[in-house]
Structures are given as structure tokens and as C-alpha cells.
Design a binder for this molecule. Structure first.
Ligand code: NDP
Length: 333
């Protein structure tokens, strides 16, 4: 089978497409209920960019097959919940980081890590959603569980033209929120308003650490894919009792300029979102809501179509913040 193998050499990490024997797929421990999946679609996420280039210390064992999410058809299964021919989706569980992932014609994973392809979605659409979209939905659900509801001040989405941001904008707009989308790429304004954003906020307005511990109450909540000084800044603009869902760190892990004042004087909450280890029940619920709430025609506008050959370059592009929306890799192309 064909696989995109990442290996480490003296001169650094290199990614090449190779023919490999299927027997090299991970076998699991005795007693694990393994499922072999013929991969039809996979994607390129920010984390894939790191795994493809050796960044972030995510990959510990080489050679490695990255690809943190994929969709496909079950070929063989030790897990009674799956039979050959079933369509399935995988996100998370550190697949593509510590376990061989989706950049191959086949993948072998534990049955517990899979979910059935959500009703109403094709494999291609499920991958247009992928890890990024699942995470966007988890963020929206967390904010709503915290009390956020349509009808109030706008919701801010940072890193809006990226994978998580794009899907967050579309979901929030469909659910009736007024969405303010932060982007560093003014040329994506039409795309973002097409997804339902009411206003575009230039990244430069929020990129620096906040000057004051509290700003004007401007947003009812936020989905933040950027972290860094931007998250510090965003926290000062959330209304009394509101929350920011921290999803990512495309702009850095440290939070320069952050103080405890928004938490103390405005009762603001910071909600951490982790899609990787999210238990199966929560995943199934989020996928169900995605199939129900995500406008599929708009989802189509987020798709950057690609083949396995394009993946190494797209990995570099996503790390440079140059990918708009969601890359969907068609493994049959
Ligand atoms: P993308 O690269 O598609 O999107 C990130 C966006 O952030 C970019 O498109 C850009 O948006 C903005 N951005 C990039 N660099 C900077 C910077 N230096 N300063 C400010 N803004 C910047 O990545 P994803 O959407 O796939 O992932 C976003 C983040 O979420 C990543 O850190 C990823 O690891 C994390 N993540 C976390 C998950 C979880 O479970 N918690 C799951 C999935 C992703 P624009 O051009 O519009 O400004």
C-alpha cells in the first residue's frame, strides 16, 4: 500500500511517499480490538504540519505515518461494533502522532477510537469537518453549557480563516449568534462573511498584549484558536460572566499581558477544549450536532481539495498560517 512516511535523518525530518507492506501497520497489544480501515479521505491540520516537519516534539518514533484524522471503510474488525463495509471516522487519540495515522491507503486503530460516519454526512464532508470542526463544535457546546445563548453581544472567533475558526464561524452563525471574526488576512473577508460573520476584526487590533487589565465589555464569548497575547487581550473584552473557549496556540503558548483581573472583577471563565482525549460519548454527541447544525453548502466553501502528493507542502503552508479553511485529501485521487 502507499503511505506518506516521515523519517528522521541527520539533516532533519523528511516526508516521502513509499510503497510499504500492510503488515507494518501497528498491531496493538494482545486483547486490543483492532480495526483495519481503507482510508478514503484525510486532512491537513496544524498538528499535521508539526508532525510532517518534526516540530513540537509530537512524533517520538520514526519512521512514522502522520495524519491525525481520517474517514474510510472498515476492511477487517476484531471489534463487534464494526463489520467490513461500515463507514467510520477517526479523530484524536494521538493517532498520527504516536500511532500511525491517515496518510496511507490503510490504517489500523483500536475500535474504541472510531465513531461511525455521522448520519447525513459523506466521508468527504466528515473530513471537511475533521478534527478542526469537531473541536469548533466542542468549543461552542462548552460555551453554551456555560450559559452562552444567541441574542446578546457578538461572539468573537480568532484565527477565523483557519480550520477551527472557519467551522466555528459557520456553526455560530447558523445557531443565530452575531459573529465577529478576527483575521490577519483581509483578503479572506468575503469568505468569512460568506460563512456568516457579521463583522471582520483586523488581527492587529488584538495582537498585542492588552494595555489595561479590563477593556469595554464587547463580546458575550469567544472561540480562540490563537492563544498568546491575543487570548490575553480577548479576556479583557468578554462581558460579565462570559467565557472564552481556548482551543489552540497558533499565536503562541505563553499569554503575555494576561492578569487575573477579568476572572476576579468580571467573573469571566476560560474553558479549555481538548478534542484529543474527548470520551466517545461526547464525541458522538458533537458529531450528531455537527450533522444537524453545520450548513453543508457553506462547508463546501471551506474545502481546499488535495491529493497525498500535496500533503508535505500543505503542512508547511498551514504552519505559515497560509491555508484558508479545511484541506481535504482524496486518497483515490
Ligand atoms: P490553521 O492554521 O488552519 O488556523 C490557525 C489560524 O490562526 C490561521 O489561519 C490564522 O488565521 C491564525 N494565526 C496563525 N498564526 C498566527 C499568529 N502568529 N498570530 C495570530 N493569528 C495567527 O489551524 P487549525 O485551525 O487547524 O488549528 C488552530 C489551532 O488549534 C492550532 O494551534 C491547533 O493545534 C489547535 N487545535 C486544537 C485542538 C484541540 O483539541 N484543542 C484540535 C484542533 C486544533 P487568520 O489568517 O484568519 O488570522
Amino acid at each position: 500500500m502507499q503511505a506518506l512516511i516521515v523519517d528522521k535523518f541527520e539533516e532533519g525530518v523528511a516526508a516521502t511517499i513509499e510503497e510499504i507492506d500492510e503488515a507494518r501497520l501497528p498491531a496493538g497489544e494482545p486483547g486490543d480490538q483492532m480495526v483495519t480501515v481503507a482510508v478514503s479521505h484525510t486532512t491537513v491540520n496544524y498538528k499535521d504540519g508539526l508532525c510532517l516537519t518534526g516540530g513540537g516534539g509530537l512524533v517520538r518514533n520514526y519512521p512514522h505515518v502522520p495524519g491525525i484524522d481520517f474517514a474510510g471503510t472498515v476492511e477487517t474488525s476484531d471489534d463487534p461494533r464494526y463489520k467490513p463495509g461500515d463507514q467510520v471516522v477517526l479523530t484524536g487519540w494521538r493517532v498520527g502522532e504516536v500511532w500511525w495515522g491517515g496518510y496511507a491507503e490503510k490504517a489500523r486503530v483500536k475500535g474504541d477510537w472510531l465513531v461511525p460516519l455521522p448520519e447525513g454526512l459523506t466521508a468527504r464532508q466528515a473530513m471537511a469537518v475533521g478534527t478542526a470542526g469537531l473541536t469548533a463544535m466542542l468549543a461552542v457546546l462548552a460555551l453554551e453549557a456555560h450559559g452562552m445563548a444567541p441574542g446578546g453581544r457578538p461572539v468573537l472567533v480568532t484565527g477565523a480563516a483557519g480550520g477551527v475558526g472557519s467551522v466555528a464561524v459557520a456553526i455560530l452563525a447558523k445557531r443565530g449568534y452575531t459573529v465577529a471574526a478576527v483575521t490577519g488576512r483581509p483578503e479572506t473577508a468575503d469568505y468569512l462573511t460568506g460563512l456568516g460573520a457579521a463583522t471582520i476584526v483586523p488581527r492587529a487590533e488584538l495582537a498585542d498584549p492588552p494595555q489595561r487589565p479590563l477593556g469595554r465589555e464587547t463580546y458575550t464569548g469567544a472561540v480562540d484558536a490563537v492563544g498568546g497575547a491575543m487570548l490575553s487581550h480577548v479576556l479583557t473584552l468578554i462581558e460579565y460572566g462570559g467565557a472564552a473557549a481556548a482551543v489552540g496556540l497558533a499565536g503562541g503558548a505563553a499569554m503575555p499581558g494576561a492578569t487575573v483581573i477579568p476572572f476576579l472583577l468580571r467573573g469571566v471563565s476560560l474553558l479549555g477544549i481538548d478534542s484529543v482525549m474527548k470520551p466517545r460519548e461526547g464525541r458522538l454527541e458533537a458529531w450528531r450536532r455537527i450533522a444537524q447544525d453545520l450548513p453543508l453548502d457553506l462547508l463546501e466553501t471551506t474545502i481546499v481539495p488535495a491529493t497525498l502528493n500535496d500533503v508535505p507542502q500543505l503542512g508547511r503552508d498551514i504552519l505559515a498560517g497560509a491555508v484558508r479553511g479545511r484541506v481535504v485529501v482524496d486518497m483515490s485521487a
